[in-house]
Design a protein around this ligand. Structure first.
Ligand SMILES: C=C(O[C@H]1C=CC=C(C(=O)O)[C@@H]1O)C(=O)O
Length: 445
């Protein structure tokens, strides 16, 4: 098996699921820095504080789009699990057969939502580490741990890019210039009453042109070092570090981190120690924006769960670039009539798009944001993460990131929740603050 093995792929029109074999080995004396050491230009990444998954190569993939993108992905993955031979002595979240996934924000997007089963997965959680190989039965017949380790090392070498000197970065406007973003925010505020909208999240994009090929492993390293508390992701050129967990499912327990309400840390004066408390936690506009995001999540979670716990008040999440109002919500998922619990992918579909990335009410906000942004968000603000054959998994919201459009060009995105009382120029400044992690990772500031 090599990165050049024929890829078993399926398109939206021919969703065929191959017969795969998947073998997991415990990696007993793995170094603590295992995941950081594994990051490469073309690796698939989901990591936080040194835990998570790094994948290499493609054993199978599905590309799909449109309104049925999640349903097709779920059906394909279910069929694939049914056909698979899985040997997994660890039986933990992220071991055994795993698929990475990245989904377009909108059903109108030309971006192809995708599921990718890597040939090699290196994983680590707080207790142990592992290597999973996935391929045909023939390829994996009699494979030992030492061979698995060799294959992992080979996959890492294949996924690396030639070291290039760090290039210079130039930022230019994307589909929405700074001026047209301010105008869009003004227009949004003017439409709220007549359209019955209480919150709209408007995004914009910026292009980062590099003088040399962009090495994604350098970006991912920079993000994990500085934003270790966020979930760093890299899937087929979509890369970033999101602070927002759409849903983590572990054995039927669903957990989400809802964010809405933002303050740029660069705006704090030296003589204002309680700055975030005053300007974020005690600000009625910010609290309203946050409450709308909580309501949207709990409305989606209620019908599929019981025993929900949501805090009465948010906490202040401090990141290197911004503060956010944050709330951690958890609930036990309900089994369906057949006794099956919803998977992380099922729940991601149900939650998407939350009011943190679309608005309230969802449908009306979605229509207005397409009108005012006039751009294709691609996978920005869509679910990104992984799911395993048990249904455990994690999907974050693809924020604070960018998409590699060609080897020297990356498109960065950021959006801001607009509510009555929002000041357009402040929202533009906030969008810059939200792009800071990627601008720094690219060396653009
Ligand atoms: C839409 C984004 O952030 C969301 C998440 C947290 C706080 C937000 C805000 O305060 O506007 C946004 O709703 C983005 O980073 O592109």
């Amino acid at each position: 098996m090599s990165a050049d093995s024929p890829v078993l792929s399926a398109s939206a029109h021919q969703p065929s699921a191959p017969s795969l074999t998947s073998i997991t080995f415990e990696y007993v004396d793995a170094p603590p820095t295992l995941l950081d050491d594994s990051l490469r230009h073309r690796s698939l990444v989901w990591t936080r504080n040194g835990h998570g998954l790094v994948g290499f190569g493609t054993a199978a993939r599905l590309h799909t789009h449109g309104e049925e993108r999640f349903a097709r992905a779920r059906a394909w993955f279910a069929q694939l699990i049914k056909n698979a031979q899985i040997t997994d002595p660890l039986n933990r979240p992220g071991t055994g057969l795993v698929s990475f996934g990245s989904f377009a924000f909108s059903f109108t997007s030309v971006f192809e939502s995708r599921m990718i089963i890597p040939q090699v997965v290196i994983g680590r959680d707080e207790h142990t580490a592992w290597i999973t190989l996935t391929g045909t039965a023939e390829e994996l017949n009699g494979v030992t741990f030492e061979q698995a380790l060799n294959r992992a090392n080979k996959a890492m070498a294949d996924a690396a890019t030639a070291e290039g000197s760090a290039g210079s970065i130039k930022l230019t406007s994307g589909q929405l210039t700074a001026g047209s973003y301010v105008q869009a925010v003004k227009k949004a505020l003017g439409h709220f009453d007549e359209r019955g909208i209480s919150k709209l999240v408007l995004a914009r994009d910026v292009l980062a042109h590099s003088s040399t090929p962009i090495d994604l492993s350098k970006i991912v390293h920079a993000l994990t070092e500085r934003y270790g508390n966020c979930w760093t992701y890299s899937v087929d050129g979509l890369v970033g570090a999101t602070p927002e967990m759409l849903v983590r499912v572990t054995d039927g327990l669903a957990e989400a981190r809802v964010l809405a309400g933002t303050l740029d840390r660069a705006s704090q004066g030296a003589d204002e120690p309680d700055f975030a408390q005053h300007h974020l936690f005690e600000d009625p506009k910010q609290r309203n924006e946050h409450q709308l995001a909580i309501d949207s999540l709990t409305d989606s979670l209620n019908p599929i769960s019981h025993g929900m716990s949501a805090p009465e008040e948010p906490f202040i999440l401090q990141l290197p670039n911004v503060w956010h109002l944050a709330s951690d919500v958890r609930a036990q998922l309900r089994a369906d009539a057949t006794g099956a619990l919803p998977s992380a992918l099922d729940v991601a579909e149900i939650f998407h798009p939350t009011a943190a990335v679309c608005g309230t009410p969802t449908k009306k906000a979605g229509v207005l944001l397409r009108e005012l942004e006039g751009m294709d968000r691609g996978p920005y603000a869509g679910p990104v993460g992984w799911v395993d054959s048990r249904g455990d998994g994690e999907f974050g919201i693809a924020l604070r990131g960018g998409i590699l459009e060609d080897e020297k060009l990356m498109r960065l995105y950021a959006g801001c929740g607009i509510v009555p009382g929002s000041v357009p120029e402040d929202e533009l400044a906030e969008s810059w603050a939200k792009m800071r992690p990627m601008r720094q990772a690219l060396g653009a500031e």
